[in-house]
Design a protein around this ligand. Structure first.
Ligand code: UD1
Length: 430
């Protein structure tokens, strides 16, 4: 299994290209199941999760064509991929494919809406809590689906072959459940209202794509989505929004090492709360044309308390990275995780660098130390893994991050992007 070796201590200076968002690309790819026409996605990141979802979609009968370079494309630009689901040949998403990535469960929405039935394995994915699927199933039941669970599979059926518009209220904000019910409702008979819908930019990105495909959705970007079902959807060309989590990760990395980094393509409004926190730690954050500039020269890192929240709050997917930063702050900070109940696995690994972190229930208290020391560490989940890379960049001496396949799921060309900015980082194969 590949490892990443880092020799810490170098500042980051230069430019990092922000890729398309994994968490937007995945639901957009799944939306291709809703139409027999081609859906062209632009700025798709090169990631293991994207490849895995391609396999899953191909199994349902989707033709996938990756386009070559276009005039003006840069080496760092994303992929342009056409997904054509002219004929859905299989409405089963098997365990072997779904178990590696939770988001692949989301195919249940489009399959059920278009074909009237679906059989989808219960999901796997990052081990960050129990992550149930009750909101999805309750939402689809509201749309008239009959649902059974049998031998690890969800069997869903729309009586009469078509879902029916309904009023759905989620008890708690859920990104995935909003994606699924919204996609399913686009082809339902009548009008669906989703209350307490997720406001995350990836939901907005998907809603805009669905509208480009001919869906009738109002309230986009608010907590109340109204979807008037249509008979069929068409193809479209749609761009994947820049990755706000990748943006925040590199911003925190630059804050950690010091230096000055320009994050090309970053869109500040996608992560304003995280940037506000970064400014309070003493970092200069400037919005410029085409991206965001992050600069920390000389001064120390101030401690800041943070609580994760649904968008527009501080994202749970940046919690581990922020904890790495706070491990080097000049005081004590409290980090409260409110979205997932078991998302502190990185604490034990950060402690291996000499970080001083104490967890009590949902809150981690981080007492900054003057220096972190390089260590052998193990990647546990996607975002936790990259927090270890950030810590390694600032730590004295050598760090080896083992089991990095999680990183490849969500960070495109990580070591390449960082080494171009002066980091001593390499992948060790094997
Ligand atoms: C998505 C993101 C993930 C991010 C998370 C929260 C993708 C591929 N993944 O995950 O990176 O950390 O949003 O921003 O986009 N819940 C239930 N029942 C359900 C569904 C969810 O109780 O049926 C709970 C979850 O356990 C969690 C909370 O709701 O406590 C929010 O989870 P949700 O927003 O659904 O996360 P995902 O969509 O899985």
């Amino acid at each position: 299994m590949d490892r990443i070796r880092i020799v810490g201590g170098n500042q980051l200076n230069g430019e990092i290209h922000i890729s398309g968002a994994k968490n937007a690309a995945l639901p957009l790819m799944i939306a291709s199941l809703l139409t027999e026409e081609p859906l062209v996605l632009v700025n798709v990141p090169r990631l293991a999760d994207v490849k895995q979802l391609e396999r899953i979609l191909e199994n349902h009968g989707v033709d996938i064509a990756v386009h070559g370079r276009r005039r003006g494309d840069t080496e760092m630009g994303g992929q342009r991929i056409t997904f054509t689901a002219s004929d859905i040949v299989d409405t089963t998403a098997p365990y072997e494919l779904v178990s590696t990535m939770r988001a692949s469960f989301w195919v249940i929405g489009p399959l059920l809406a278009r074909e009237g039935h679906a059989k989808v394995s219960l999901p796997g994915g990052c081990a960050i809590g129990t992550r149930p699927v009750d909101f999805y199933l309750d939402g689809l039941r509201q749309l008239g689906a009959e649902i059974e669970i049998d031998a690890g599979y969800v069997l869903a059926r729309a009586p009469g072959g078509r879902l029916k518009g309904a009023s759905v209220r989620f008890p708690k904000v859920s990104v995935g459940a909003t994606h699924v019910v919204m996609m399913a409702a686009t082809l339902a008979e009548g009008t669906t209202t989703i209350e307490n819908a997720a406001l995350e930019p990836e939901v907005t990105n998907l809603a805009e794509c669905l509208v480009a495909m001919g869906a009738k959705i109002s309230g986009i970007g608010t907590g109340r989505l109204v979807i008037e079902g249509v008979e069929k959807l068409d193809g479209a060309i749609h761009e994947v929004v820049p990755d706000r989590i990748e943006t925040g990760t590199y911003a925190f990395a630059a804050a950690m090492t010091g230096g000055e980094v320009f994050l090309r393509n970053a869109r500040p409004e996608l992560l304003q709360s995280a940037l506000d926190v970064l400014v309070r730690t003493g970092v200069d954050v400037t919005t410029e044309e085409g991206g965001l500039r992050i600069k920390r020269n000389g001064n120390g890192i101030m401690p800041v308390d943070v609580e994760t929240d649904p968008f527009p709050g501080f994202p749970t997917d940046l919690q581990a990275q922020f904890m790495a930063l706070m491990a080097r702050s000049s005081g004590v900070s409290a980090i409260k995780e409110t979205i997932f109940e078991n998302r502190f696995m990185h604490v034990a690994e950060l402690a291996r660098f000499g970080a001083n972190i104490h967890v009590d229930g949902q809150t981690a208290t981080v007492t900054g130390v003057p220096e972190l020391k390089g260590a052998q560490v193990m990647a546990t989940d996607l975002r936790a893994s990259v927090s270890l890379v950030i810590a390694g960049l600032a730590a004295r001496g050598e760090t080896v991050v083992n089991r990095i396949y999680h990183l490849d799921r969500g960070f495109e060309r990580l070591e390449n992007k960082l080494s171009r900015c002066g980091a001593e980082i390499e992948r060790i194969a094997g």
